[in-house]
Design a protein around this ligand. Structure first.
Ligand SMILES: [Mg+2]
Length: 228
């Protein structure tokens, strides 16, 4: 079985999220006038406040986003109107969030690998792989919402192997970009890993760096040489 992270592993997520954020804020402001969105620091503070009120916001990032919109629009009355705007804004956001450009070679690699391996998705984000054509190559997808937890914790990995009778962590390769969430999380469970290192990052962990790649066109041969 091969499991894949999504954001920044199958596509570059920054432009997607920036655009989704920008377009959604613009839509909201066209509707209700200027909103004080605050900086990243204040976002993190607000997130902590919301988590204290509702623990599930830790792993339900869609709910987190809606709750943040509600706080930012707290001056909009009545509440039913505010909630309506928030729901619509979230729909816009989540649609824009699925406007992605796959890294070159992703589609061919997945198509190829899916003929030999069970492919799955393990993501902390809220992108739905089945909204894309490449969804057909994946047997399953597990998000933080499904796992009620986030990588690097083990819930995603446990759920993945529990879907199949004969698969243990020894039979899994996990591929992702994040040194902690993907590589450390999987490594802790004895899962083989491949690090997608598109930005030429330095390895900063205190265990041995796994094999890495930065070009999806190389993936098929890397896997072939390692396992076949
Ligand atoms: Mg990632």
């Amino acid at each position: 079985m091969i499991t894949f992270d999504l954001d920044d592993t199958l596509w570059n997520n920054r432009p997607t999220i920036m655009n989704a954020e920008f377009e959604t804020r613009k839509w909201i402001e066209d509707k209700v006038g200027n909103v004080e969105w605050g900086d990243f620091e204040s976002f993190l503070e607000l997130r902590e406040v919301l988590i204290k009120e509702d623990e599930s916001i830790k792993w339900d990032i869609s709910k987190l986003r809606k709750e943040i919109f509600k706080k930012k629009l707290s001056h909009i009355e009545p509440e039913s109107l505010r909630n309506e705007i928030v729901d619509e804004a979230f729909t816009i956001f989540i649609n824009k969030r699925h406007e992605i450009n796959l890294y070159d070679g992703v589609e061919e690699s997945l198509k190829d690998l899916s003929k030999k391996y069970i492919l799955g998705v393990l993501t902390n984000g809220n992108a739905d792989i089945y909204r894309f054509e490449i969804g057909e190559y994946f047997k399953f997808a597990i998000s933080s919402f499904d796992a009620k937890d986030s990588k690097p914790n083990r819930a995603h990995f446990d759920m993945a192997i529990n879907k199949f009778k004969d698969i243990t962590f020894d039979n899994v390769l996990h591929i992702g970009d994040d040194q902690i969430n993907d590589i450390f999380g999987a490594y802790n469970l004895g899962i083989d890993t491949l690090w997608f290192n598109d930005n030429n990052e330095d390895w900063a962990q205190d265990f041995t760096k796994p094999d890495e790649f930065s070009n999806w066109h190389d993936l098929k041969n890397i896997i072939k040489n390692k396992y076949e």
